[in-house]
Design a protein around this ligand. Structure first.
Ligand code: GRF
Length: 228
């Protein structure tokens, strides 16, 4: 049987790339509806680049430092992505603020993963802030990107319990396990054509989103949501 055409994804990262790894692992499944066409890092030492190369995925380094203006850096980034026929961008720990022009050019075609249950704890140090507030439930979110920081239609969220005695590292590690489950799941929903943005809110199969997963409901045996 002919292989269905896959959504071509560009991943932008600056660091270790454990979320990239989760996406690569999901894409290794022949039935997954997306493929990673290119991984771009602004940091040549990012371990995420090694992960991509190991998986046989093309990589590019685009150092932002020689550019006088953000827009000039982004113009080259845009050219690079389009030159690889990228249709959807996944931000995976990309430590550059993107301008409104770039974000709007990729409107509803750029996803981000954020380590909190948005709209709570936008910005940095999410785990420390959640611990300081004494919340019982923390988590992570995949969302479409909008120009404002950590803003945009929510696609999938996973709840993560805060355990007695947690510190930033233990909580971050627990949240990360769920990040690795929900990013591939969100990409699968997008690739399967099940996501639509209506009035700046996500609909999944026509029903109001986001998909919100409780701690117990993410199946560790099937973290990529392939069974749905
Ligand atoms: C994750 O915490 C993600 O939520 C945030 O950046 C971090 C990237 O981690 N956006 P990794 O490089 O994927 O391990």
């Amino acid at each position: 049987m002919a292989q269905a055409r896959k959504l071509r994804v560009g991943v932008l990262l600056s660091g270790g790339g454990t979320n990239l790894q989760a996406l690569l692992d999901a894409c290794a499944d022949a039935s997954f509806p997306a493929e990673i066409a290119l991984v771009v890092s602004n940091n040549e030492d990012a371990f995420g680049l090694t992960r991509a190369r190991r998986a046989g995925v093309e990589t590019a380094v685009l150092d932002h430092r020689p550019y006088a203006k953000r827009e000039e850096f982004e113009a080259d980034l845009d050219r690079l992505l389009r030159g690889h026929d990228v249709e959807v961008i996944c931000l995976a720990g990309f430590l550059r603020v993107l301008t409104e022009g770039f974000v709007e050019a990729w409107r509803d075609r750029m996803l981000n993963i954020h380590p909190s249950l948005l709209p709570a704890y936008k910005g940095l140090h999410t785990h420390a802030r959640a611990l300081a507030d004494g919340v019982a439930t923390h988590g992570c979110t995949v969302h479409f990107v909008r120009p404002a920081l950590d803003d945009g239609p929510l696609v999938v969220q996973a709840e993560v319990p805060v355990e007695p005695g947690d510190d930033v590292d233990s909580l971050a590690a627990r949240v990360l396990t769920r990040e690795h489950a929900i990013y591939p799941l969100a990409l699968k929903l997008l690739g399967d054509g099940r996501l639509k943005v209506v009035d700046d809110h996500v609909r999944i199969d026509g029903a109001p989103g986001p998909l919100r997963l409780g701690w117990e409901s993410v199946d560790a045996a099937d973290p990529h949501g392939r069974a749905s």
